[in-house]
Each structure stands twice: as structure tokens, then as C-alpha cells.
Design a binder for this molecule. Sequence first.
Ligand code: IPD
Ligand code: CA
Ligand code: CA
Length: 268
Amino acid sequence: MTNWVEIDRLAKLWVKEAGSRIKASMQEGLSIETKSNPNDLVTNIDKETERFFIEKIQSTFSDHHILGEEGQGEEVTSLDGIVWIIDPIDGTMNFVHQKRNFAISIGIFENGVGKIGLIYDVIHDELYHAIKGEGAYMNDILLPPLKDVEIEKAIVGINPTWAIESPYFDAKPFARLVRDVRGTRTIGSAALELAYIASGRSDAYVTLRLAPWDYAAGCVLLDEVGAVYSNIHGERLTFLDKNSIVAGNRSICEKILHDYIKGSGNKK
Ligand code: IPD
Ligand code: CA
Ligand code: CA
């Protein structure tokens, strides 16, 4: 029998400890490299934080699997068993340039089902936390179910890239959405965008390409506040490949999918 209470207790403890280590590291110089393009940054602290979790998990739960952004765990090709989906620092560009608005994001899944979600906004010391079926919390305060919000009164998280005309995707629906909503925000951390929806600070998030470690924890939080999420075709998200995302309360997601994105030229 899996002891979820113990997994949860340790996961929280490790996330807080990792957060303290990240904070302490900010007094020292960072070693910054680029990955897929010159704006895709990774630092020594991203890698050290991922290694910290891998060591803790492997020495405590030897049968658990780890899918981490920096790829220092194993190569995970299935979600069978218990899988920790880890983004050691989500919002690395913010971490490097702004020293705020980045988060540790950990989703713990069992046979493909999200059981625990942890998103820790290190600088603001805000821990968003959910256990499947037991509610979502921000620093131990229960988050209420989401209320419906009209699109005209909605704050929507969107990366401006998607609203700029491009030969690679159809930006028109996003430009229209930006025009119609009350306001748009770009935090620069997908995990925090989802945590903000769960905590009512934002009403929706739309983006065309994220990896599972960006949204695994957020999806567990969203389930607990009655939010919905899908790719831009309204299909279920998968947790091994990249996906587009529309997330928020049910009515706003249905409107975005139906009135804005449906029929546009965007593939995924
Ligand atoms: C990035 C952030 C960003 C999103 C990017 C992600 P990283 O994650 O979540 O908000 O727009 O697509 O790659 O690289 O900072 O972990
Ligand atoms: Ca990320
Ligand atoms: Ca990252």
C-alpha cells in the first residue's frame, strides 16, 4: 500500500529545503548556459536542484521514477508506477534576470494520474499544494472552487509571442483574445500561471507549447479547484510529450476553445 501521507510530507520538506538552497545560491555568481536557443537558459542551480531531488527520491523511494527537465534522472517512457515530474526551476529567465517569479514545480503521478502537486514560489515563500481529492492549498489555506468569469472581466495569462503574426502558427485568435479580455499577464513561469488560476489571481492561461514538467503539478492543483485544462483542440493533456494548453474555469475555457481557437490554423 502506497503511503501517500509520507510521500507528501517528504515532498513538501524537500521542496522547502531546495527553495532555501536556491535562495542562498543567489548570493553567489551563476553559471548560465543556453539549451535549444539563445533564450532558453539553464543555470548550475537548475541542475543542482534537480540532482538534489533525484538523490532524495532515489535514496528514499527506490522504486519511484523521475522525469526531470534537465534530464539527469532516468529516461522515462511510460507513466506506469509512481513518477515524479520535476521542473527544478520553472521560470529560469526570471531567476537569472529578475531574481523573482520562478518556482519549483513537482507533480507526483501514479499510473498516469496526478496525486500530488507542489509549486513553490521561492521568493514570495508561497507554497501551492494539492493532494488528489483533498483540496488545494496556498500556504495551508484552502483554495475555494473557481467561480465563472465573463471573458470581458477575465485576466488571462498569455505569452505575447503567440499574439504576434508568424509563419509558423495562426496568431489571429490570440490577438483577438488579447483585445477582448480585461487584461493579459505574462509571469514567465507556466507553473505559476497555473497556480495563479488555482488561487483566483488569474482566470485562464493559454499557450501553444509546454513540456509536462511545466504543467504536471499545476494540473493537480487545478483539478482540486474545479478548473479544467486541455490542449487547444479540447483534447486531454498527456504527461510524456509537449502540449498546447488552455486552462481556467470551465466556462472561460469553453469560450476560448469554441469562439477563438476553433477553426484556426493551429495544429497542436
Ligand atoms: C519556461 C516557463 C515559461 C514558458 C516556457 C517554459 P523554464 O520554463 O515556464 O513561462 O513560457 O515555455 O519553457 O525553461 O523556465 O523551466
Ligand atoms: Ca519550465
Ligand atoms: Ca526549468
